[in-house]
Structures are given as C-alpha cells and as structure tokens.
Design a protein around this ligand. Structure first.
Ligand SMILES: NC(=O)c1ccc[n+]([C@@H]2O[C@H](COP(=O)([O-])OP(=O)(O)OC[C@H]3O[C@@H](n4cnc5c(N)ncnc54)[C@H](O)[C@@H]3O)[C@@H](O)[C@H]2O)c1
Ligand SMILES: O=C[C@H](O)CS(=O)(=O)O
Length: 472
C-alpha cells in the first residue's frame, strides 16, 4: 500500500516499511517509508484544504463522517482481518474494534452539530459579548499500534467534525489499517488534503510537524516517555497538545464485592488485547478476607483462556507485538517470583520465528516491591496483592505517577462513592472493567496525559475560543 497525501496514493519505491504478522513472523505487506519532505507535502495539502473544509456546514461535515462510518461497518470483515494480521489481536477483538472505531465517527458526526458559542451580558448598555468556537486548524496525529483503527478515529472524527484538517503518522507496526481508513475517507468523498496518512520515519515526520507553524495541534497517543518528548518539541511553536499516555491501572476488590462480577470484569480488563491496552488492569489489590476465594475463582477462569494465532477460532489471546514486549513481560514475572510471588497459572512464553506468545499468568503473594506493581506491563500478567483497609488500598492505588484508569468492586454505595472520589485517575470503573465508550470522556491525569477523547469534551480539543467584544 502507498501513503495518502493530498488525495494521492504516493511513495518512493526504494525505502519501505515491512509489515509482519506478529503471530507468524511472516511479511504481510510493505509501505513506502516517508520522511520530512513527505510530511511537509501533507502539511501543505492540509493547509490548502483548510479554508474550504472549515467553511462546510456542520451538517455537510457530519454527513461525510457518517459515510466513513458506514464504509467501516460495511467492510468490517476486511478491516478486522487486516488488523489481526498486522497487530495480532484475535479476529473477535479486531471486529469489536472496528465497531468501536466506527462509533467515534458516528458520535462526532452528531457532536459537529452541537458546537455552540454563546452571548454574555456586556459591561455596559452599548457593550455586546459574543463567544465563538472555531476550528484549531491543521492537526497532526501520532498513534500507537495496540488499537490500529480506534486510536486514529478517536482523533480523526473530532478533528474533522470541528472543521480541522488532519495528518496522521501511524505506527510502523500497523500502517495498513491506517491506510485502509484513508481509502474509506476517499471513497466517502472527503475532499483531497483534508485527511492525509504519512507512514515512515517517526522522528523525521514529527520534526516536520513541530517545525511548521501551520500545524496548530499535536494529538498523541502512546507512551509517557514519547509524550514528554513531543510536549518539549511542541513548545517551540506553542502548539495545542492532546496527550493520551501510559497507565498502570489498579483494581481494588473490597470485602463486600460481588466476587464473581469482580473476577469476570478483572479478567476482561486484564487479558483484553493480550494485556496490551493502556487501561488494562495492571495490579490487583484484594481484601484479605476474600483473597483466597478471589484467587481461586480468578485462576480457574484464567486457566481456560487459549493463546494462539488470532485468526483461528476459539483463541482468546494473540501474540505480543514484538520481542521487546515479550522480554518486558518475561522479566516482570521473573522479578516477581524472585521476590516471593507464587505463579498459580501460566508463567511461560514461547518465542520462535519472530513471533512472541505469553501464557495468561496469575501471580499471588505479591508485594509492593515487585517491578510489576510500578512499571506498566503491557502483557497478560495479573499480580494479586492483599490489603486490610480501604485507606490502605486507596493509598496503594494512588502511589504511582500514572493516572489513567482504576477499577474497584464493592456493593456498598457509601464505600463506592468515597473510593471513586479518592482515586486519582481520569477514568474510574466501579464494578465495571470495560468503561471505554465514545460518548464518555477518556483521558488520563498526572503523567497519563492531557485532555480527553470522546464525550462532549473530545471536540473541545480541536476548537479555539474567540471572544468578540462589540460596542454598538
Ligand atoms: N492513553 C491512551 O489512550 C493510550 C492508548 C494506547 C496506548 N497507550 C500507551 O502507548 C504505549 C504503547 O504504544 P506504543 O508502543 O505504540 O507507544 P510509543 O510511544 O512507542 O509509540 C507511539 C507512536 O509514537 C511514535 N514514536 C515513537 N517514538 C517517537 C519519537 N521519538 N518521536 C515521534 N514519534 C515517536 C511511534 O512510531 C508510534 O506511532 C503504552 O505506554 C500505552 O499505555 C496509551
Ligand atoms: O489502549 C488504549 C485504548 O485507549 C484502550 S480502549 O480501547 O480505549 O479501552
């Protein structure tokens, strides 16, 4: 496949990104590797397309977003297979992601029509105040591999709905999904230059984004480490920034939790995408009075999970994305066991032919000094630690630089209200391990990010507020 710039499928033949299947190590496609010059071409295209696109009515923009949404759903099988082949997630998860990604197109098609300004009583009888919301302008997005479609549409949709034009640099691991989305945008009739996809050298492409004052907004999803770098680079031309960064989600299971509900929700959160999501349960804290029962129930269900090639029926967990992810998971399990954890399920990986699988693993007798309790795992490992009091659990849960997602389970409204208010996270699941949905604001606090994606808040990230002061 080729890059998509200014409505043209383009790219040099000699430098290519090789896309491999993480389940087999096989080459599944290539994309020309773009750099600084191609990124500049995309910026120029987006800049030229901005006046016409931003002057379209909200209804016109909404109609085009809905056409993209329809094409995604009509081609759900094709798009899901591309995702599974380049990301490794199971076909069931990829199919679910197509619907999730499409839901952002639908949600922000609707939000496009609700970009309201307001009037405010003036400072005297001749004074009038108008507050306008206007599009930021050219937006550059940089996205991660773990949700190849949804992490793009969660930015593309509000940007276009707000009247902005858009360039995305997708990850080297999953460019084919991004380019397929560009195909759907072209088929839907989105004008040339409004959407551009530039795959290739991250640093070169990002440098072009950062150097050019015409790029007014950077929206990034990825690791906190890279997010910091981009924030520093964006300061040069004071770009608006949205940052969706790393997490380290705690799960608190209170003594009065519905244990079956807690087990099912914690498993759903922990092992989704083979543990490779920013909001996966990363550490579990279970009240001592229910600890053994919870561990037994949790372990029994994890034992039933099947690891394999995501294209095969009945597989629950696909491979890890690459060797680095595998070695990090292997190290965290080894470190925990060396410090006294007991591995009750799994604990082993299989690395061959450039593919990396790891068993869904459960660790008990966990203590806070273990690396897995502080460093994002991004893999299918569940460390379970005891606690005695709610205050202790909240303190442990908040003891991290991250603040993306946290979960807790209690049937008590008073206890739950207190815990939900005291957890220092942007997303809190109360008896819910899968909170993500397009109509709700998704975003981290502390070192997990800036701003929100989805919800009514999501479109604000792509708007500027203008105060018009009028003397009549
Ligand atoms: N908060 C969220 O919504 C969210 C969602 C998904 C993933 N994440 C986080 O992302 C991480 C995993 O994803 P990843 O491995 O793709 O993250 P990553 O930060 O390594 O890469 C993300 C994107 O940034 C690009 N990139 C990497 N280094 C860069 C640099 N120096 N300059 C410019 N661009 C650069 C990559 O090519 C990719 O497109 C985890 O930490 C996860 O928690 C967060
Ligand atoms: O990994 C990060 C994603 O944002 C998780 S979710 O699909 O939005 O829950």
């Amino acid at each position: 496949m080729l890059n998509y710039i200014d409505g043209q499928w383009t790219g040099k033949e000699h430098e290519k990104i090789e896309v491999t299947n993480p389940a087999t190590g096989e080459l599944i496609g290539t994309v020309p590797s773009a750099g600084y010059n191609e990124a500049n071409q995309a910026i120029e295209a987006a800049h030229q397309a901005l006046p016409e696109w931003s002057k379209k009515t909200a209804a016109e923009r909404a109609g085009l977003l809905m056409k993209v949404r329809d094409l995604m759903l009509e081609n759900k099988k094709e798009l899901a297979e591309i995702m599974t082949l380049e990301n490794g997630k199971t076909l069931k998860e990829s199919t679910g992601e197509v619907a999730y990604a499409a839901s952002f197109m639908e949600w922000f098609a609707e939000e496009a029509k609700r970009i309201y300004g307001r009037t405010v009583p003036g400072k005297n009888e001749n004074h009038r105040i108008k507050v306008l919301k206007q599009p930021v302008g050219v937006v550059a997005a940089i996205t991660p591999w773990n949700f190849p479609a949804a992490m793009i549409t969660r930015k593309l949709a509000p940007a276009l709905a707000a009247g902005c034009t858009f360039i995305v640099k997708p990850p080297k691991q999953t460019p084919l999904t991004a380019l397929k989305l560009a195909e759907y945008c072209e088929q839907a009739g989105i004008p040339k230059g409004v959407v551009n996809v530039v795959c290739g050298n991250s640093k070169e492409i990002t440098n072009a984004f950062m150097d050019d004052e015409r790029v007014r907004k950077i929206t990034f999803t990825g690791s906190t480490e890279v997010g910091r770098l981009l924030m520093e680079q964006g300061a040069k031309t004071v770009k608006k920034m949205s940052m969706e960064l790393g997490g380290h989600a705690p799960v608190i299971v209170c003594e009065d939790a519905d244990l079956d509900k807690a087990v099912d929700m914690a498993i759903a959160s922990k092992y989704r995408n083979s543990g490779q999501t920013c909001v996966c349960a990363n550490r579990l804290y279970v009240h001592s009075s229910v600890y053994d029962e919870f561990v037994d129930k949790f372990a029994a269900k994890v034992k039933e999970l099947k690891v394999g090639n995501g294209m095969e029926e009945g597989v629950d967990l696909g491979p890890l994305i690459d060797k680095g992810g595998y070695e990090k998971v292997e190290h965290q399990v080894k470190d925990a066991v060396e410090k006294g954890a007991t591995c009750v399920v799994g604990g082993h990986g299989k690395a061959e032919n450039n593919s990396y699988f790891f068993e869904p693993t459960v660790l008990k007798d966990v203590t806070s000094d273990m690396e897995i309790m502080h460093i994002e795992t991004f893999g299918p490992i569940a460390p379970i630690q005891k606690f005695e009091t709610d205050e202790e659990a909240i303190r442990l849960a908040n003891d991290t630089p991250f603040g993306l997602a946290a979960y807790f389970f209690t049937e008590s409204v008073s206890r739950g209200t207190k815990i939900s208010e005291e957890l220092q996270y942007g997303i809190v699941g109360w008896n819910d391990g899968l909170p993500s949905t397009a109509q709700a604001p998704f975003g981290g606090i502390k070192q997990s990010g800036l701003g929100s994606e989805g919800g009514a808040e999501g479109i604000e990230e792509y708007l500027e507020t203008k105060y018009v002061s009028l003397m009549v």
